[in-house]
Write a protein of this length. Structure first.
Length: 306
């Protein structure tokens, strides 16, 4: 469970983009109970487990889109309460809302019917949008968008992960070895446009519940939010969730700059979680901010790996 990054972490990784992004996330995660994460810079809520509206309170009016990873109860249970509160509390009740979900997910479809049955005429425009891997969601910021990728979690249906990407400019490969003065010279000759290329930089990746995410979806990302349900591989009965070690390995291979581990199982004690995560991170040689959420107790700050 978590709400905000503890101050201790700021000293160690001063002002990195990854740290700023981690600081912009509010959320809660307890396997089989509730998972949701709100990324404030893009007004985007990833999943909507129970308790999301009571925790966010009037910040629910900041949310412009909800991206559902899959239709399990601990990820969609908070949708009705969220919508009812948003339709009737003190805030901009007319602000449109889009809810994206894996196309064809039966649980989400039942949720849509339920919501339409009891919230017949919401004061805001509510759009439900079924997505398939590779689909793209435009964001109001011109240089940002979201795309989705398939994850390994549900056997008979699709589950999705989401990536927030930023389109940036960089020097074309063939000019990267030039000195500053040579670059200025070439710009005069052929123009800035000719020397640069655009690329899409992954800022934040939310995998939802999943086995280890394939590296190519994560490569070069600033921040990764990865399933870490199990401390020990022998506790896993089915191939539907990742272990802490697997999540850390994905982060290491992909070269991400910040990692948030979530969906930890309630079977583990705090001391055990702390110990295993610290050992795994230190063994991996990862030198990035790693934060995680305790699955038991009252909502508290994010925990950091020392
Ligand atoms: Zn779950
Ligand atoms: Zn699930």
């Amino acid at each position: 469970m978590l709400t905000r990054l503890p101050p201790g972490l700021n000293n160690e990784f001063i002002m990195s983009l990854a740290l700023n992004l981690l600081n912009s996330i509010e959320g809660y995660s307890r396997a089989k109970y509730s998972t949701w994460f709100y990324f404030r810079p893009d007004n985007t809520l990833f999943d909507a487990g129970e308790g999301v509206s009571t925790t966010l309170s009037n910040r629910i009016y900041g949310v412009e889109r909800i991206l559902i990873s899959h239709g399990h109860g601990d990820h969609i249970g908070g949708i009705p309460g969220f919508l009812f509160s948003r339709a009737s509390s003190m805030g901009d009740v007319e602000k449109p809302l889009e809810i994206c979900y894996p196309k064809g997910d039966r649980n989400v479809q039942k949720m849509i019917s339920y919501v339409q049955g009891i919230l017949r005429d919401p004061p805001f425009e509510l759009t439900w949008r079924g997505l398939s891997p590779g689909d793209r969601i435009e964001l109001p910021a011109e240089n940002r968008f979201i795309d989705c990728f398939p994850t390994e979690h549900i056997r008979s249906g699709i589950s999705l992960g989401y990536r927030i990407l930023e389109t940036r400019n960089r020097l074309r490969h063939e000019y990267r070895d030039l000195s500053q003065s040579e670059i200025v010279e070439r710009i005069r000759e052929i123009g800035r446009q000719e020397m640069s290329e655009t690329y899409d930089k992954p800022l934040l990746i939310y995998g939802g519940d999943s086995m280890p995410i394939p590296t190519h979806y994560v490569e070069g990302a600033e921040v990764l939010l990865h399933d870490a349900t199990f401390l020990f591989p022998e506790d896993r009965q089915e191939k539907t969730h990742a272990t802490v070690e697997e999540a850390v390995e994905v982060a290491r291979k992909a070269g991400v700059k910040g990692l948030l581990l979530f969906h930890l199982s309630t079977r583990y004690r705090r001391s055990e979680i702390r110990k295993v995560i610290q050992e795994v991170v230190s063994r991996s040689g990862l030198k990035i901010p790693v934060v995680y959420s305790f699955p038991r107790g009252l909502p508290t700050n994010l925990q950091t790996v020392d």
